[in-house]
Design a protein around this ligand. Sequence first.
Ligand SMILES: [Zn+2]
Length: 468
Amino acid sequence: MLDPHRPDRHPLDDEGVDGIAARLSRMVRVRTVEDADAAADPLAPFAEFLALLQELYPLANAQLERELVTERGVLYRWPGSASPGGDGSSSDFDATASGPLVLMAHFDVVPAFEAEGWTHPPFDGVIADGSVWGRGTLDDKGPLCVIMEAVEALLAEGHTPPRDVYLWFGGDEETHSGAATAAAALFRERRLTPWLVLDEGGAVVDAPLPFIDVPAAMIGVGEKGSVNVILEASGDAGHASAPSGLTPTARLARAVSRVERRPFPARLNPVAREMFATFTPHAHGSGKVILETLTRAPQLAAHALARLGGDAAALVRTTLATTRLSGGTADNVLPASASATLNCRIAPGESVASTVRHVRRAIRDREVRIRTTDPNEPTTIAPTDSQQFRLLQGAGRAAYPKAIAAPYITLAATDAKHFQRFAPATYRFAPLAMDATQRAAIHGVDERVSIASLQAGVKFHTTLLRSL
Ligand SMILES: [Zn+2]
């Protein structure tokens, strides 16, 4: 049944460019950046973005229930045909079988400056060379856009999902994740246990590992934990002409070099093993031999990957990056204090406590005080033998027929971690193609998404929603 208010053409399609590109372009032009120095109302761009969604997707705006959870988070509910009573609440907290689908994305972005060397200004939303350019096109307005496009298209067809579908869009993922924390609390308060949660994280990549050249739909089944470990040392200030012993700055430098020289143990977790096993039949020649060996000898595999560094090493161990160093007040004054921040990303199977223990042992110095900020334990791991995972695989195949769907552990933090605490089937996958250059552009320069990939992303979500 067609909606009588359905416009024959989306108003933006008259601009002569593909509608979806034009709509994402408008989203990019709203500067949803956390800006402490802003003289104007810092919330204004976030409110503007939420109003833009209402304008761009009139059917969703008219037919879905809409609720502001915080000033920076909006929750849409699309009632399913089997929805009890209409309030969406379930009487049994564990009734995940009838629970809703939650599609998540965030609309805040990290800062970007034209002077960094962008081909097109980061907030102009330029459409060129078959792509939409600008901050947020991949992280995470592009993924948000394809969710809304799919929902709008299905509403235009008169489709009703069999179970409730929630769309959750937060506006502070890149900073404190307060909106998603509030949304997760709201779900728990209403005794709603999602049957499936899908957030950003994985993507369709062209070459998932150095020796595999098939495209892969990488589906995050869990995410690493994180913690900032702060090291502090203090001493007596004084004239730098008569130093005695280690100054706090020298002590900190020694501690940092000790901990940097002692990496965390490398282990191949079960998810990585399954990932290798998934790719093995698709590898050829020496790549296949390497993969078979890695799957058979996990400890060898862990060490080999750790030696590769970068993403490969981050897959198999807790990582540590010294992100800040400070100390001293003048060139000729002995410093009274110094500090260092170690940003740690915690592998599954380890914890905040074991991470701190490792740092303490590596430093071997009781004069260095250790405290932590922003602790987040690694999440649980979502199952890969579930109906939900198979549904994601199927939708991935429909959108990207050549891509192999494989599970992995997301290295960065996402809003999904707040939901995974009570929704076991929480996955991370943005159905957009991202080659290595594009992945490097996330939080970097020249972030862009191809229009073809946006269209495939819409196909992913329409397939997923139709196959519920
Ligand atoms: Zn993101």
